[in-house]
Design a protein around this ligand. Sequence first.
Ligand SMILES: Cc1cc2nc3c(=O)[nH]c(=O)nc-3n(C[C@H](O)[C@H](O)[C@H](O)COP(=O)(O)OP(=O)(O)OC[C@H]3O[C@@H](n4cnc5c(N)ncnc54)[C@H](O)[C@@H]3O)c2cc1C
Length: 444
Amino acid sequence: MTAQVRGGTWRSWGGNLSIEPAVTVRPTDSDQVLQVLQEAASQGVAVRPAGPGHSCSPLVPTGGVLLDTSALKGLVSVDEDRQRVTVFAGTTLQELNVVLEQHGLALANLPDSSHMSVGGALATGTHGTGLGQPSLGGQVIGLSLATPEGELISCSETHRPELLDAARVNLGVLGVVVSVTFQCVNAFRLHCAEFREPIGSLLDTMQERMSAADHFEFSWMPGTTVAHTRILSRLHRLPDTYTRPASPISRALRRADDAVLRTSLTAGLGRVGNLIPRAVGRLNRIESLAESSRRYTDVSYRVFTVARPVRYVAAEYALPLEATASAVRELRTLVDAHVYDLAFPMTVRCSPPDQGHLSPAGGRYTGWINLRQYGRRPSQTFLTAAEQILVDHGGRPHWGTLHTRTAADLAPQYPRWDEFLALRAELDPQGLLLNDHTRALLGV
Ligand SMILES: Cc1cc2nc3c(=O)[nH]c(=O)nc-3n(C[C@H](O)[C@H](O)[C@H](O)COP(=O)(O)OP(=O)(O)OC[C@H]3O[C@@H](n4cnc5c(N)ncnc54)[C@H](O)[C@@H]3O)c2cc1C
């Protein structure tokens, strides 16, 4: 098969999923992608596109063809006047950020990690935090899609806008996204303030706090009463030498702080907790104390992203914003009773209403609640109980994280569900791009 590079095992980043696809291919351009799809279609073999595997739900696994997008990367074009950039879909967000910086541009909002690919991040509705700034899919103004029928279809806000809205969150079932055009903004800096505060009073005012900040998030370490709040404020673009008004720690000091307190200590405590689950409660309190207050200013993408020293699996739900504080309170009660199960902080973020047909943040201001656990030691009991609370509060699962929802639960939550299914059937009538998980999700 075209662009076949290797067989072997594919593993997700969190280590909870592994598969042996029949063939792995690594196309470098749209012609090769189309050829892979055509060959697979003629043989009736399934194909799943894959990024770097940062999703821990089984969206990628296939016994057929794994279409690894890691060589489908790089800049396609830049329009500095209109602040638009087109990249191939296998480009990582880190690579995209660097290209944008070279052109004096930036994405308005980003997730907290930059190692995922543009195509993978779009497929699952990847978001950052901040009620005034769009998620990744909301910053897309056009893309091209290679379909199993052998077509390369382009869509934009003016040409096939209904396809663009469906493709903003596409689960990799509409086609293989080949390139994506983003509407960018002028490069900017972010001022970050991180501090500890009592979680009880934070929850009482959470919605107002989220509305007042450009970007607001907090984490709560199980077994403690303290939240770590992170408030990011957008600054105009400034010369590289600019460090004031609020940079009490330099970038070098911050990196040292990240490496020692927030990376090595976290990783070390995590490993001890993994070996001695009963110690997790006390270790959490040590880790919580280690994360002191700090303020710094840097180029936006370096502040949006945070270090992830230990691999994990996550369950994240998107809730109506007004239901989020109540869900967090119930989860606190549950988590305190299961403190062995959660050696990672619970993180709460927010986003504005999204346009994507299948965006979990579609049509409403959203609070995101993220629960993380070790990939090798996730507690199903805890996840089941937590999911019930999140669902009872009107939550929709993040497609790239652990959940047990299927089409019967999901269809009523998405007003444009049928439109998405109709487009999928039109673009992939044979169901070549489906695997067991996406069949169950979509009910096809
Ligand atoms: C450390 C870490 C931090 C994270 N932070 C955030 C965060 O801040 N916010 C958030 O919302 N999520 C976050 N996530 C989740 C992550 O953004 C999603 O799981 C994302 O889908 C991962 O992208 P990926 O490139 O690794 O894709 P993969 O996990 O490899 O694939 C995900 C989906 O994308 C599809 N896909 C991949 N490439 C293409 C393509 N070119 N065309 C069509 N479909 C394609 C695949 O078929 C699959 O369905 C995080 C995950 C990790 C591990």
